[in-house]
Design a protein around this ligand. Structure first.
Ligand code: GDP
Ligand code: PGA
Ligand code: MN
Ligand code: MN
Length: 582
């Protein structure tokens, strides 16, 4: 037996002694295993069958009504030094955190099966990929991990070869919000999650490993683990540019990653290729460019709002082999959510639909589906060396002030633009919705260490020989005086991406302003676009007074990190403040 397999066995024994399961199942990822688990879940009520004629091998999972989103207030980064976790994370001393959560794990799997899930984040043969093992008592977690990661025998073989893996221990516990913690120990490459069955809290390969732990490893090893989609844009000449875009949860990543070009673009031969919709690992290649992989193998997407009009690619992959969580049902047992045609019969809690009870689908209802079912899945998506990134895009939900798009002057300015990102909160996390907060690089809930050190790490990529992507900021969510979105969004976002690609190639015009380069209306392709010239002018205008306040507030935000904040970012903030005042 290899020493890493021995270490894995020792850990599994240790966990079994603590949690006392009735049996232990090592997941191999096979079809037969999946069929057995589905049977078990159908029998136990974890899954409900959907209409087999319209949705073969699709199932509905209803989570506990108090367990429908990530819980940022119960999520901790437990580093030896509090300062290393930073003011952007909740912190607990490692010994205290282990004691607290092990107290909850003690005996928690009695009468349950304990599943051991070896998984690989990223293509199984990519040097950029990393492995982990999740132990869980939830078969729903196993079924989701099978879609979201490369799970099973091949991952276990890689772990035996490599020796290192991230340890993740999970139990749904009693699903009691008072007995719920999501804890990360980056120095021990360990995650412990108790009391939730919801995606981001329970599928430990995703946010816990691929973002919080991986961001820590990435800083030590010289790469980046980011909350970004990856999309390839192929122009009529057949050249493909890959873009990576960081938007906070429920702010448009999945939609942008699967964009369908407007009709005129389709006729001209533009194509869009999906590489990833949530997480991006990037590393400088020998050519100085940043090369990116998507560590995931599936999509865990927001269901409400997904329709044939907004995201036909997503609709095309959701009629077979998919898991739906907290959606409503039609009378003929098809999944239903707000934005779809037809009417719901049952809501997400299984009650007869009554508008008085709120929407039929929970606003954070999700689908889980293999990326291979996506019609726009890129032929390069599983390339072990990844894809080269031409542009990095930051963006958020900003009802006012922030223009449709602007370009940063250079890398340092771009890092400030990312650090300063603000967005209105969404249903993806428990808490108030629609509150504007800073969400640097869309990583506020996911950076496994001090943001000041994270910004310094970003700045460090600007070094001799680097051929860095250009950095942009977008806002699809600007509202007019009538409270409606000014920009049509979705497929029309390609117009903005085209401008970016042409900026990268030095072919598109712009006007220089204190906040960066903005397109003039004539710099965007508006052929066939249904938008009043006044709306476009508003989307591309600079509100100097509003930005003076914004840059001051950004300055206060940088100050809140104290002496660890890189001086270069503060200098950049001062430069922009002076330019806006002058
Ligand atoms: P993600 O969580 O970042 O992957 O975001 P999604 O792509 O799932 O989108 C979240 C919500 O925002 C859904 O309800 C979408 O319909 C909506 N959305 C996505 N893109 C746009 C857009 O360009 N404009 C508008 N107005 N809404 C969008
Ligand atoms: P999202 O992923 O970014 O697609 O919403 C889940 C999350 O971030 O909670
Ligand atoms: Mn996300
Ligand atoms: Mn998404």
């Amino acid at each position: 037996m290899s020493s890493s397999l021995a270490a894995l066995n020792r850990w599994v024994d240790e966990v079994a002694r603590l949690t006392r399961p009735a049996s232990i199942h090592w997941c191999d990822g096979s079809e037969a295993e999946h069929a057995m688990l589905v049977e078990r879940m159908l029998a136990g009520g974890d899954l409900l069958p959907l209409n087999p004629d319209t949705h073969p091998r699709c199932y509905l999972h209803r989570s506990h009504p108090s367990d429908v989103a990530r819980v940022e207030h119960l999520t901790f980064v437990c580093t030896r030094e509090r300062e290393d976790a930073g003011p952007n994370n909740h912190w607990m001393a490692p010994a205290e955190a282990h004691a607290k959560i092990d107290g909850l794990f003690a005996g928690c799997m009695q009468g349950r099966t304990m599943y051991v899930i070896p998984y690989c984040m990223g293509p199984i043969d990519s040097p950029l990929s990393r492995c982990g093992v999740e132990i869980t008592d939830s078969p729903y977690v196993v079924a989701n991990m099978r879609i979201m990661t490369r799970m099973g025998a091949a991952a276990q073989a890689r772990i035996e070869r490599e020796g290192t893996f991230v340890k993740g221990l999970h139990s749904i516990g009693e699903l009691d919000p008072e007995r719920r913690f999501i804890m990360h120990f980056p120095e021990e490459l360990t995650i412990k999650s108790y009391g939730s069955g919801y995606g981001g809290n329970a599928l430990l390969g995703k946010k816990c490993h691929a973002l919080r732990i991986a961001s820590w490893q990435a800083r030590q090893e010289g790469w980046l683990a980011e909350h970004m989609l990856i999309v390839g844009i192929e122009n009529p000449e057949g050249q493909t540019h890959y873009l990576a875009a960081a938007f906070p949860s429920a702010c448009g990543k999945t939609n942008l990653a699967m964009l369908i070009p407007p009709e005129g673009y389709r006729k001209d031969g533009w194509k869009v290729w999906t590489v990833g919709d949530d997480i991006c690992w990037m590393q400088p290649g020998p050519d100085g460019r940043l090369w990116a992989i998507n560590p995931e193998a599936g999509f865990f997407g927001v269901a409400p709002g997904t329709s044939a009009a907004t995201n036909p690619n997503a609709m095309a992959m959701l009629d077979r082999d998919a898991i739906f969580t907290n959606v409503g049902l039609t009378a003929d047992n098809r999944p239903w959510w707000e934005g779809l045609p037809g009417t719901p019969a049952k809501d997400w809690q299984g009650r007869d639909y009554d508008p008085a009870n709120g929407p039929a689908a929970h606003p954070n209802a999700r689908f889980t589906v293999s990326a291979r079912q996506c019609p726009s899945w890129s032929p390069r998506a599983e390339d072990p060396q990844g894809v080269p990134i031409s542009a990095i895009v930051f963006g958020g939900r900003r009802a006012s002030l922030v223009p449709l798009v602007f370009q940063a002057r250079d890398w340092t300015h771009g890092v400030l633009v990312g650090a300063a990102m603000g967005s209105e909160t969404t249903a993806a996390a428990t808490g108030a919705v629609g509150v504007l907060r800073r969400d640097s690089m869309a990583m506020k809930p996911f950076c496994g260490y001090n943001f000041a050190d994270y910004f310094a790490h970003w700045l460090s990529f600007d070094r001799p020989g680097a051929k860095l992507p250009k950095i942009f900021h977008v806002n699809w969510f600007r509202k007019g005086a009538d409270g409606k979105f000014l920009w049509p969004g979705f497929g029309d976002n390609l117009r903005v991406l085209e401008w970016m690609i042409r900026r990268v190639g030095g072919q598109a015009g712009a006007v220089e302003t204190p906040i960066g380069y903005l397109p003039r209306p004539q710099d965007l392709n508006t052929d066939g676009l249904d938008l009043a010239p006044a709306a476009l002018a508003e989307l591309l205008s600079l509100d100097r007074e509003g930005w003076c306040e914004e840059i001051e507030s950004i300055g206060e935000y940088l100050e809140s990190f104290g002496a660890r904040m890189p001086a270069a970012l503060k200098a950049e903030q001062s430069r922009i403040a002076r330019a806006l005042a002058g």
